[in-house]
Design a protein around this ligand. Structure first.
Ligand code: NAI
Length: 548
């Protein structure tokens, strides 16, 4: 007889196998006849899913389909992603997730995650307890104020925590039941959303100042109370709040900010690769950042940590990094600098350098990193100057999306006469220059945060430190082969992301144990066999038997 429980199994994404329930399982669960007679394997189900997806005309339609599949059959969703991550990642995360967030109120089906609005102030712990899982280990939280390069999307930013957490599971095997997406709904300043009858969030302007920070405080404290083993990942906050929030909590609770620390790690991994290509060390270089926001400061801080490991005193390490913002080169004479910019404001004898070309001539960098959102800022003159200063100029236009990139791969390669070492935030296709193949690398944070997350999960880490991101960067650079370097590629191919994530996670997990930050006894006792432990805790997207 079909019981409500049996019916629930068919309609619970985490338990449902659809047509893959075996004959014996159907009999045992009392669901015989609720499915067509044919018993199918995962491979057949995947064929059907791919056919459905192929029939969807746009990336957004495919996103919606995949989102519904996640609600219907979780194992099948992750099996599909795993079957071709380079193809499916752009559909569940960037760039499609950007459009999905912009249209979130219109395309919304079943809700995912937790929405915690200012109206619930004083009741945040109670709202967290409404989540059905008890052992939450990862919370990706946003306030929706700076969604990718798309501005304030308010509560529609939920797509970002949902997408990021899906990649934790798909790329590194963090179990999905351990993951909780959260939006802090503090209002929005997006006027078209406020006027849209389909906007699903609180209809008021953003709350700021003490009231805002008090609310985030309540959230962080409530997480400690309700999910004491959870790591909080802050995501897509503006730099006005991202940097102070990280400073406020990083030494008190298990948390990190991927826009700052994950970006830094993937950029430094690229710099390790570039240094390997040139046969140099990172201390041999001078770094100019075009853009002086949260991504820039995160990257510069991690570079300095590495330069200090390579023997430079802190002051000398900082002196290797120069920042430029919309007003020109930042120097010790620049007025109105934020605290985090002060440490990169150096004495400068040359008066002022208002434009990028003047800054390049003044600083004479060997590495130029773009984190400005200013498209085409690395023009022919700038790249030509970098190429005349350096045998192998390192050019990293990291701004996203593609339309904001400071230059394309083709421009960097062509204008440097094929000598640039290139990586970018957005993807660019392979190209030929003077008969040689170049494969541009994409400094995608997905190389880093799922792996660090898996290490935190496996060890029960009490804190997330910058050193973990540096070790992850080093490990990522080790995955680059000589063949990759031969075609100019300084990141490993995305097709091997699951193996790469496991490799990084084992390294980071070992560091966590060595630094005394692990709480999981199996990790502390099993530090010599970390690869095995990592493998053991990883989620496997195959169906478990329901006969046990
Ligand atoms: P942000 O808003 O904190 O910083 C932007 C900086 O650019 C500010 O310092 C601003 O003064 C500067 N800027 C703006 N116009 C300028 C101009 N005309 N000349 C010189 N500087 C100018 O933003 P955030 O978070 O630092 O991100 C910057 C870019 O980096 C974004 O496009 C973001 O998508 C990208 N990014 C890429 C990542 C990746 O690919 N792995 C990860 C994180 C960020």
């Amino acid at each position: 007889m079909t019981t409500p429980d049996a019916w629930r199994i068919l309609h619970t994404a985490r338990l449902n196998k659809g047509t893959a329930f075996t004959e014996a399982e159907r009999e045992r669960l009392g669901i015989t006849g609720l499915l067509p007679d044919g018993v199918e394997g995962l491979d057949t189900q995947l064929l059907r899913m791919r056919a459905h997806l192929d029939a969807k005309p746009t990336a957004l339609e495919k996103y919606i389909y995949l989102s519904e599949l996640q609600d219907r059959n979780e194992h099948l969703f992750y099996s599909l992603l795993r079957s071709d991550l380079p193809a499916y990642m752009p559909l569940v995360y960037t760039p499609t997730v950007g459009e999905a967030c912009q249209r979130f109120g219109h395309i919304m089906r079943r809700p995912k995650g937790l929405y915690i609005s200012m109206r619930r102030k004083g009741r945040v712990a109670e709202i967290l307890r409404n989540w059905p899982e008890r052992d939450v280990r990862f919370i990706v939280v946003t306030d929706g104020e700076r969604l990718l390069g798309l501005g304030d999307l308010g509560v529609c930013g939920m797509g970002i925590p949902v997408g990021k957490l899906a990649l934790y599971t798909a790329c590194a095997g963090v179990p999905p039941e351990a993951c909780l997406p959260v939006v802090l709904d503090v209002g929005t300043n997006n006027e078209s959303f406020l006027a849209d009858p389909l906007y699903p969030g609180a209809r008021h302007l953003r709350v700021a100042g003490d009231e805002y920070f008090d609310f985030v405080d309540e959230f962080v404290e409530a997480v400690q109370e309700v999910f004491p083993r959870a790591c909080i990942q802050f995501e897509d906050f503006t730099n006005k709040t991202a940097i102070p929030l990280l400073e406020r909590y990083r030494d008190r609770v298990c948390c990190f900010n991927d826009d700052i620390q994950g970006t830094a790690s993937v950029a430094v991994a690229g710099l390790f690769g570039a240094a390997r290509m040139m046969g140099s060390a990172m201390r041999d270089h001078r770094y100019l950042f075009f853009g002086a926001g949260s991504a820039a400061v995160g990257i510069a801080d991690l570079i300095c940590m590495q330069l200090m490991r390579e023997g430079l005193p802190e002051g000398d390490a900082r002196a290797r990094c120069w920042f430029m913002n919309s007003k020109g080169l930042i120097t010790s004479a620049s007025p109105g600098l934020a605290d985090y910019q002060q440490r990169y404001a150096h004495p400068f004898a040359g008066g002022s350098a208002a434009t990028l070309i003047e800054a390049v001539r003044a600083v004479r960098p060997s590495v130029l990193i773009g984190v400005s959102t200013v498209a085409k800022a690395f023009n022919e003159e700038v790249i030509g100057e970098m190429a005349s200063l350096n045998q192998r100029p390192v050019i990293f236009p990291y701004s996203n999306p593609t339309s904001r990139s400071e230059c394309t791969a083709e421009e960097a390669i062509q204008w440097s006469g094929g000598r640039a070492i290139f990586a970018s935030g957005s993807p660019f296709p392979p190209l030929h220059h003077q008969g040689r193949l170049f494969v541009p690398g994409q400094g995608n944070n997905v190389y880093i945060y799922p792996a660090v997350g898996l290490a935190v999960y496996a060890t029960g880490a009490r804190r997330v430190t910058d050193e973990m991101f540096l070790v992850a960067a080093e490990a990522l650079a080790e995955r680059v082969t000589e063949q990759d370097l031969d075609v100019g590629l300084i990141y490993p191919p995305m097709s091997g992301i699951v193996e790469t994530s496991s490799f990084l996670a084992a390294r980071v997990a070992r560091l966590i144990v060595e630094r005394g930050l692990a709480t999981e006894p199996s990790a502390i006792d099993g530090v010599a066999h970390m690869e095995e432990l990592i493998h053991r805790v990883q989620y496997d997207p195959h169906y478990p038997s329901m006969l046990g």
